[in-house]
Design a protein around this ligand. Structure first.
Ligand code: FE
Length: 339
């Protein structure tokens, strides 16, 4: 078994770039092997705590999400991975669509994680929540003028908007939610309006969107909240604030980081134990503090830094829609000239 796994891994290593590896071995029942698109510093403290609580070791390998998905496909039945972790429901849905996960629907997970943050078939589970909402200049925007994602498409925002590139999965998932909430035609109008209001070519990163607002290039944009958290930590006096979009309508668009048990897990029992543990109050508190994200478990309080931004209503769209509507979102953005 070990030889087979190592042989496949060697082939995969030649084809793929994997940024780091912590001795992936043939799985035994007292260890779980995780492939993770989440960076090592965000997952290692959790795995350590899990091992301390349960005695089950965690072997992990981190890398780019797409590379890890390709690796799982290549390895097939011989994969050493029992679990795959990544960010964005669009990515989790894609891994599910490639038949890489098995269904896990335990009472513990159902009780800990609300249904809209889980795949309806149980293929993946959200483990942390990030909100993608409006960020604005406190110097040039009166928050009374802000309301919804759709409002940013109106002419009053002409030359005042900065957005992230349409190539990023976060943008695709947000636009999928706009399609889900408004229908395709109205969503097309909203995207056209956004494009008309752009003050600059879409940015490669959320941090650049905020820098552009700070430098006066634009007045408002859309970002994931933890990027705002990182900026404010470094620059507490930055003239930027978050605004919770769609509070009188569908709620703020949220997304997840999450995980699923692989279809060919050799230690599915261990992987399910890890997934359940990750959804627990203890793990969710650690998760929230590490990346300034929100707990997926709604019975757990947010980290104090994050709670200071205020409570908000989340969009309850089931996040599998971010995957189901992804191709349509990409097509619509192309048609409307959102680059
Ligand atoms: Fe991110």
């Amino acid at each position: 078994m070990k030889i087979k796994v190592l042989a496949v891994s060697t082939v995969a290593f030649c084809l793929l770039t994997v940024s780091s590896i912590a001795t992936v071995q043939a799985a035994s029942q007292d260890s779980v092997t995780v492939y993770s698109a989440r960076k090592e510093h965000l997952i290692q403290p959790l795995f350590k705590a899990f091992t301390k609580d349960t005695g089950i070791k965690v072997e992990y390998l981190t890398g780019k999400g797409n590379a890890l998905i390709e690796r799982l496909k290549l390895e097939g039945k011989n994969t050493p991975a029992d679990m795959f972790m990544t960010v964005d429901a669009g990515n989790l849905w894609y891994a599910g669509s490639q038949d890489l996960f098995q269904s896990v629907q335990t009472d513990t997970i159902k009780n800990n994680i609300p249904a809209h943050l889980r795949d309806p078939q149980g293929l993946w589970t959200g483990l942390s929540v990030r909100a993608r909402t409006i960020v604005y200049s406190t110097k040039r925007v009166d928050p009374a003028d802000l309301s919804t994602y759709a409002d940013l498409s109106l002419p009053k925002w002409q030359n005042r908007l900065c957005l992230r590139t349409s190539r990023k999965i976060y943008t695709k998932s947000l636009v999928a939610a706009v399609i889900y909430n408004h229908g395709k035609d109205a969503a097309g109008e909203i995207i056209s309006g956004w494009v008309n209001n752009l003050a600059a070519t879409p940015n490669a990163k959320d941090s650049q969107v905020m820098q552009a607002i700070l430098s006066g290039q634009c007045d408002a944009g859309l970002v994931n909240t933890y990027y705002f958290g990182r900026l404010i930590e470094k620059n507490p006096d930055a003239a930027l604030k978050l605004f919770w979009a769609n509070q009188d309508t569908t709620g703020v668009h949220v997304n997840i980081s999450g995980a699923g048990v692989t279809k060919h897990a050799s230690n599915a029992t261990g992987a399910i134990a890890l997934l359940e543990w990750l959804s627990s109050a203890k793990a969710q508190t650690i998760y929230g503090a590490l990346n300034k994200e929100y707990p997926a478990n709604q019975n757990v309080d947010s980290d104090p830094v994050v709670s200071a931004w205020g409570a908000f209503k989340q969009d309850k769209m089931n996040l599998s829609q971010a995957g189901i509507l992804q191709a349509e979102a990409v097509k619509l953005m192309q048609i409307k000239g959102y680059r």
